[in-house]
Design a protein around this ligand. Structure first.
Ligand code: NAD
Ligand code: DAU
Length: 332
């Protein structure tokens, strides 16, 4: 497995993976990315040209995908429509990219006998009650809530079927909420950081009691590399780093780290069908593959992330007005 085809490598987690893989492995990398509103060429800047090549194209383009998969040692599939709120206003691109696009890649991997790693989300499991002591495990039944998570669940099931029916050499990982540099400003943490930079009060959906299990994007990348090296075909690995926090705590930590008062935020209309709590039990990944997260201090990771947004306004500024216009139209 020398060359990696990384789909969605100009997005948030995919670009962090490409930077991480260049620094920690000797893989040659081809990125296939459509550069939707969420993809940024600039997210790949600074990488050595002899190691990383960007192909701008659609994962649902069967001819292009076939040619790229034919040359790849392995496919690492990040490309997706990724934002829940957008899936509530227009689910159509979610079905097209997340389901049809994944199908297109799987068919090419089947034809060429290519190792395939599918990046998925903990949201396929639905949500947990706030007072539930349990966490998601690989045995938790699928129960997605939103059009986004339903299409990711559908793509996971396609991968499982391609393993069982066609013997595809594939693995799946389901990760919790990522934070770190290069995340689109539509997402919770960058939206609030860039609001504060702009002198706008952060926006908390509902009461802010919803819990997310935060992991730094670099820890997601190290786990994916470990699964590529040693994961067993057909297996699902849950990726998480015991980072549960409710949204109110996260907003107040951002406010404190940015020198604001703890109540300097506004409550806004809640997300319809808003999942209450996600929590990952990553025992299988830790015990079977010996993976451990590198970031153990969420506040320190958040401070680094705030510093990145302060220092990289040219990266996020072009996204901001359009993202806020979408939120204004949805009442958030
Ligand atoms: P993102 O929206 O930041 O990036 C998605 C990338 O995919 C963009 O570069 C976009 O241009 C590209 N893309 C979209 N449609 C495409 C298409 N049809 N063809 C080619 N490229 C296309 O998303 P992200 O947050 O980086 O998420 C990446 C993956 O990780 C997704 O599969 C997502 O479900 C999964 N995931 C995300 C999180 C999270 O916290 N963000 C957590 C767990 C899993
Ligand atoms: O759990 C993994 C998932 O995490 C990934 O599969 C998704 O791709 C990723 O977007 C993320 O989904 P969430 O819906 O949890 O992330 P988001 O950043 O949209 O919101 C995080 C929480 O913050 C959620 O409870 C909604 C809330 N929120 C969000 C925004 C944008 C707010 O309170 N205010 C906001 O302005």
């Amino acid at each position: 497995m020398s060359g990696l085809l990384v789909t969605g490598g100009a997005g948030f987690i995919g670009s962090n993976f490409v930077h991480y893989a260049v620094a920690h492995t000797d893989h040659q990398i081809v990125v296939l990315d459509k550069l939707t509103y969420a993809g940024e060429r600039a997210s790949l800047s600074g990488l050595p040209e002899e190691r990383v090549r960007l192909v701008v194209g659609d994962i649902a383009d069967a001819e292009l995908v076939d040619a790229l998969v034919a040359d790849a040692g392995a496919v690492v599939h990040y490309a997706a429509e990724s934002h829940n709120d957008n899936s509530l206003t227009d689910p159509s691109p979610f079905v097209q990219t997340n389901v049809v696009g994944t199908f297109t890649l799987l068919e090419a991997a089947r034809r060429h006998g290519t190792r395939f790693h599918h990046i998925s989300t903990d949201e396929v499991y639905g949500d947990l009650a706030l007072d539930d002591p349990g966490k998601f495990t690989p045995e938790t039944p699928y129960n997605p809530s939103s059009p986004y998570s339903a299409t990711k669940a559908g793509s996971d099931l396609l991968v499982r079927a391609w393993v069982r029916s066609f013997g595809l050499e594939a693995t799946i990982s389901n990760c919790s909420n990522n934070y770190g540099p290069r995340q689109h400003v539509e997402k919770f943490i960058p939206r609030q950081i860039t609001n504060v930079i702009d002198g706008v009060r952060p926006r908390l959906y509902g009461a802010g009691e919803n819990v997310r299990d935060w992991i730094h994007a670099d820890d997601h990348s190290s786990a994916v590399l470990r699964i590529l090296e040693a994961g067993r075909t057909g297996e699902t690995y849950l990726i998480g780093a015991d980072g549960e926090r409710n949204n109110l705590e996260v907003v107040q930590t951002i406010l404190r780290l940015m020198g604001q008062e703890p109540d300097a935020f506004d409550h806004v209309t809640d997300r319809p069908g808003h999942d209450l709590r996600y929590a990952i039990d990553a025992t299988k990944l830790r015990e079977e593959l010996g993976w451990e997260p590198g970031y153990r201090d969420f506040e320190a990771g958040l401070a680094d992330t705030i510093a990145w947004y302060r220092e990289n306004e040219a990266w996020w500024r072009p996204q901001k007005a359009e993202a806020e216009a979408r939120y204004a139209a949805a009442g958030h």
